[in-house]
Design a protein around this ligand. Structure first.
Ligand SMILES: O=C(O)CCC(=O)C(=O)O
Length: 275
């Protein structure tokens, strides 16, 4: 069912988000803007649009083959699993600065907001990888705070067959379970009862607000069409890397990137991969 974008984020939305750990934001992308982002990410994968300081990860040839990253596009193919550093692209940056997201981040973070990761997640047709149960938190990510705001946006329909996300509503209230990113077998047995898991099916262009402590996973894509998505984590602009001491690209407030002037990403910001 087509859900128009929320006009504003109110107290009821807040209560629902805190209780459930997720909130459907509706179609934040109009059909025109969705088509533009779909085209742009394909152009980036096919190296028609190039960024030197952008990190790429190919979809592995077999499900358990090791994953590795390259800096810059080394191979024009739609078979990428993940691409990071998309805040340097004007179209993706403009979307990340959507007014509703500005309102939500003002409520939970404040005036000055940076981005931990601006990440494309792809499950190519009849392929993709299993993402095990995890929370998206700071210790495993090697940053000095635990962000709570992620906006996940479908660039294609995500269904059970195409590997949509699965979540355990309310699991954000368990607090931090997995300091090292993936949830232990013991915690999985304790907290992830099959009857509590929901399939977060979404339409193309639809966005979901996710609490970073929410337990989530996704499977492989069994359909003949790709399942592309874009996920961004927002945090206080003061947040620093525990590895380098650096702060992260600013999206709102003082020193924020501007789609009209953004020009690549400095190479010193892509030396360490945080998560
Ligand atoms: O797109 C997916 O399947 C999962 C993405 C994810 O884990 C995230 O956005 O944190």
């Amino acid at each position: 069912m087509h859900m128009p974008p929320l006009a504003a984020f109110d107290d009821q939305h807040h209560d629902q988000f805190m209780a459930q750990g997720y909130l459907r934001l509706g179609h934040l992308l109009s059909p025109g803007k969705l088509a533009a982002l779909q085209q742009r990410i394909d152009d980036i994968m096919l190296a028609r649009v190039r960024y030197d300081n952008m990190r790429f990860q190919l979809n592995p040839k077999t499900p358990d083959a090791p994953l590795s990253r390259t800096l810059g596009n080394q191979e024009p193919t739609l078979n990428y699993r993940r691409i990071d550093d998309l805040e340097q692209d004007p179209l993706f940056l403009a979307y990340m600065q959507h007014p509703l997201i500005r309102q939500i981040t003002r409520r939970y973070i404040g005036e000055n907001v940076s981005v931990f990761r601006a990440m494309f997640m792809n499950k190519p047709a009849e392929s993709g990888t299993i993402l095990p149960w995890h929370q998206d938190i700071g210790a495993g990510w090697r940053i000095d705070t635990n962000p709570i705001i992620t906006v996940w946006t479908g660039l294609d329909a995500a269904t059970v067959a195409s590997g949509c996300m699965q979540i355990v509503p309310g699991s954000n209230n368990l607090g931090i379970l997995n300091e090292r990113h993936y949830t232990s077998e013991e915690d999985r047995a304790k907290y992830i009862r099959p009857e509590d898991v929901i399939d977060l099916e979404t339409e193309a262009g639809e966005a979901v607000l996710l609490h970073n402590f929410q337990l989530h996973r996704s499977g492989i894509n069994t359909t003949s069409a790709p399942r592309r998505a874009f996920s961004t984590t927002y945090m206080n602009a003061k947040t620093r890397s525990l590895r380098t001491g650096q702060t992260f690209p600013i999206l709102f407030g003082e020193g924020a990137l501007n789609p009209a002037t953004v020009a690549g990403k400095p190479s010193d910001q892509v030396q360490v991969f945080h998560g």
